[in-house]
Design a binder for this molecule. Sequence first.
Ligand code: MUC
Ligand code: MG
Length: 380
Amino acid sequence: MSDHLIESVEAILVDLPTIRPHRLAMATMQGQTLVIVRLRCADGIEGLGEAATIGGLAYGPESPESIKQNIDSYLAPLLVGQDARKINAAMRRIDSQVRGNTFAKSAIEIALLDAQGKRLGLSVSELLGGRLREALPVLWTLASGDTGRDIEEAECMLDQRRHNAFKLKIGAREPAQDVAHVAAVKRALGDRASVRVDVNQAWDEATSLRALAALADAGVDLVEQPIARHSFAGLARLSARSQIPIMADEAIESVEDAFNLACLGAAQIFALKLAKNGGPSAMLRTAAIADAAGIGLYGGTMLEGGIATLASAHAFSTLPRLTWGTELFGPLLLTEELLEEPLRYADFELHIPDRPGLGICLNESQLARFRRDGVRRTTF
Ligand code: MUC
Ligand code: MG
């Protein structure tokens, strides 16, 4: 009998408030729900995993509740009794029985990697072939919904040397209003910051064509997912005509989506997200496809907490080219810390710990305080 068998897998919903409302085209977040995974092994090692999404079911086909439910009912029973050291075998077993559900799969693979790293005394980035950098540039999203407040927030981030690239969430208002808002922010920040926009699929192709020209005049560096995720051909037409590079985000729900988008030349940049691909290994396959196709890479987030943010950082740190940096700021949007030691953001970068596994410890009293099935239920 192996000492390394998986004994239990627990998925815990944790509701945390955000520092301010976060307005996206399809939802306004007043808080964030994290699904924390605790994977316990017979050798006494526990691996931590996490998945999160945005606005319940507003962003994609998995909600926090479905992630937990599907882990409890389907993924955990496939894992218990398996060898925790054989991560590829465990993930293949899940893939053979569970279609889709990439967020749930990602949380599990993160937990397996954390456990393996703790077992072997290696960081997750070392398990993934070794990091090429110790820290990653991190952008901040301005999404208060108010131009003056967004400019003030950006100035504050520049002063603190926390962020010098900003993503503006647009698409909820009339395009002309959005363009005026973006132009005002870029005018105020000038060359001190890179300004990018994320439309979160809100426009059609004709609207996008007009707005892209105006956004180019305003000095915007990148436009993320202007049209519906399924219109790969539309994205390709826009990319061919736009002066500003286009980034695919929602369009990538799997490694196969990434391959098809690359074949079509649908975007100049891909947003890489662990959850949207099915875990760190799948995300690295998407990155390899993009890199081979000459597509620029960007380290994306689903506004996760510290666990998935660091898992992403470990994985992104192994990429030879990450031209557009990252947006791994998720924990900074939350009012509460779930880890014993907060992630270190300094000099516009997130610094990646070099300790076994992800290199973090859960703060048990904070977890007890904010877990949905605990005594206190946070409402947003
Ligand atoms: C998205 O669509 O990119 C990432 C940063 C942010 O503010 O929202 C997310 C989701
Ligand atoms: Mg996006």
